[in-house]
Design a protein around this ligand. Sequence first.
Ligand code: ZN
Length: 377
Amino acid sequence: MRIGKIFGIEISVNPSWVFIFALVAYSIAQPMGPLSAVSLNTSERVVLGVIASLLFFASVLFHELAHSLLARSRGVPVRGITLFIFGGVSSLEDEPTTPPSEAWISAIGPLASLVLGGLFALLTTLSSHAPALALMFGYLAFANIALAVFNILPAYPMDGGRVLHALVWRATNDRLRATRIAATIGGAIAIVLIVGGAAETLFTGSVGGLWTTFIGWFLLNAGTLERRQSEVQSTLRNRNAADLIASPELRARADETADRVLHAMREDRVRVLPVYVADRFIGFVSIDDMAKIPLDELSRTYVTAIMTREEETEHASPSDDANDVLRRMARSGLQALPVVDAQGNLIGLVTRDSIMRWLSSHWTKDGDRVATAVRTP
Ligand SMILES: [Zn+2]
């Protein structure tokens, strides 16, 4: 859910954030919470709880904005910021190009949280005449410092893990190896969190342990995904669109019906085919397009009725950067990206299948893992 833009950066909130909002508001407003030391009625406590939640929300946003703004100033385009149950995430369109860039872009978030924590601590002292406010600011100071400390854990892909990645990258001059090392350490920390949290719940009966397990599990997944994406990016680096095109001899004719083309797709094990009238490329049709047609109508539907038309789609040129092509496809949700030469003739389609085939033929030992990453835009 989009909520607006700050400095041209799109801010979204995942529905899971509502849970955190409620949790923060409740933990402050509940009768036994930090406000129990002062005498307030229920509605006063609820108001302070909601204000604290909003300020906490602003704190997480501030942390992410620090990452995003520094990334942008260092030439890394920012897609947007999403706040969700475990905090926030800044989506960068590309990886930082140098180790110092990565280190600073990662470190600035926890630093921003520390500064904010200090600021709230100062507000706590300044509002000593209003104990309820002082308690709320004290809570926020604690929350921001906890946010900084938690994020600086060297658990890739958290901020500290990314700093570690940048250091290993600098030391080894090998980015892919740095990713593997950082991801392995991050995975080990995630497992410690999972096991430690489970043990805590088991032996003390505290629910907090479950939360730790949950965070560890999330980290483990996020780390694996990051690592796969990074491996794909490294493999595609310095390649271009022409390397990734599907076999150009596989095509559908405009006068064919959907059931026949579907049959051909199954035979050739592809999900997308370019559609031609004689030698002229007029669009492409995918399995997904077929799935929108009731089964009994496939034999009466021409592919031209369901295809993506040539004039409706984006194009790539043969020399376009391969990672750029992958990003454009993920962003536009297109099933295929036609690669055309300077005269406007189709050289071939880049599809997710063709990218996966290219990757697995250049990286046979890990074909499966690569495939998963390509499917996850
Ligand atoms: Zn961060």
